[in-house]
Design a protein around this ligand. Structure first.
Ligand SMILES: NC(=O)c1ccc[n+]([C@@H]2O[C@H](COP(=O)([O-])OP(=O)(O)OC[C@H]3O[C@@H](n4cnc5c(N)ncnc54)[C@H](OP(=O)(O)O)[C@@H]3O)[C@@H](O)[C@H]2O)c1
Length: 284
């Protein structure tokens, strides 16, 4: 359950995860990246979401070291890409991640996308191979928690049947206009907390008249409405924001509450701002 007092979520093994994470996908890999992360750290972000494929681990690690804030105060989450699905490849990919971050552990390690195409027996075995690597890394205490991303119920069920360590997080696209309630609900029912990616619908959701009307009523911004919607559904959002004003706004979501009527309106919005990425059809 989300702790609204200290803004953390306790994972199944007792690790405390700051509810709001800072997304780092597609921030240009130059001084803009460094200054965005530095500002974010200064105003209080401690949870950063990266991935092998984002290619920013080196810059992120540097910004964190240069901040002067102890490593132990950060919550660093990363994901293994689809090119590293076998046990051996996943182990090797993780070594590269640590090398780039210049860290000796991460706080959360995820499988970025499930294998899910072709023969079911084959893709299920691939997912289990990667998961066994995560279990090994967890046993070695080089990841404080392990989990999944983009695993829908039909990917989760076979994995859960074989896993020795249950996934501690599932990261899914979810926002008003593309809720994925079925997948999120299935994870939550299996005691797997859900982080929601693209919680602002990559910015395009925020221009929708429903979002602006509800925001006006509370004297907040559409981004704050989208993030508050996440919290009230028990989801942990990981918004990306490079503008300082955006970064600040996205941390100020604790002081107001959406009504049940507003939640209903947001829950049933027509499809808006879907990324187009579905685990059964992506080509990577
Ligand atoms: N697991 C996965 O497969 C997966 C997939 C996609 C993303 N992710 C993760 O989720 C993170 C977030 O998703 P995302 O980057 O796709 O999109 P997002 O967080 O939904 O939206 C980011 C966009 O919203 C703008 N924005 C941020 N705060 C705002 C505010 N308060 N008011 C107005 N605009 C605001 C940003 O602008 P500025 O930058 O100009 O501030 C940026 O253009 C990613 O960075 C990544 O870490 C994971």
């Amino acid at each position: 359950m989300l702790n609204f007092q200290n803004h953390t979520l306790e994972l199944a093994n007792g690790v405390q995860m700051p509810i709001i994470g800072f997304g780092t996908w597609q921030i240009p890999l130059n001084e803009h990246f460094t200054s965005s992360v530095q500002t974010a750290i200064q105003i209080g972000y401690r949870h950063f979401d990266t991935a092998q494929i984002y290619n920013n681990a080196q810059l992120l690690g540097e910004a964190i070291r240069d901040s002067g804030v102890p490593r132990s105060e950060f919550f660093i989450s990363t994901k293994l890409w689809t090119s590293h699905r076998s046990y051996e490849c996943a182990m090797e990919g993780f070594e590269q991640i640590l090398e780039q971050l210049q860290m000796d552990y991460v706080d959360l390690l995820l499988i970025h996308w499930p294998a899910s195409q072709g023969e079911a027996v084959v893709w299920q075995a691939q997912n289990y191979g990667a998961w066994r690597a995560l279990e090994t890394i967890y046993a070695q205490k080089r990841a404080r928690a392990i989990g999944l991303a983009n695993f829908l119920p039909h990917h989760l069920v076979p994995l859960l049947a074989r896993a020795s360590v249950a996934p501690m997080v599932n990261q899914l696209e979810s926002h008003p206009g593309y809720t994925q309630f079925r997948a999120a609900g299935f994870s939550l029912a299996n005691r797997i907390p859900v982080q929601n990616w693209s919680p602002l619908g990559r910015g395009t959701l925020l221009r929708h008249p429903i979002m602006t009307a509800i925001a006006e009523g509370h004297g907040v911004t559409p981004a704050q409405v989208a993030l508050r919607w996440s919290l009230q559904h028990g989801l942990c959002p990981i918004p990306k924001a490079t503008e300082l004003r955006h970064q600040q706004e996205n941390l100020r979501i604790w002081h107001f509450e959406l009504t049940p009527e507003e939640m209903k309106i947001l829950d049933t919005m027509p499809q808006t701002a879907f990324s187009g990425l579905h685990p059964d059809t992506v080509t990577f």
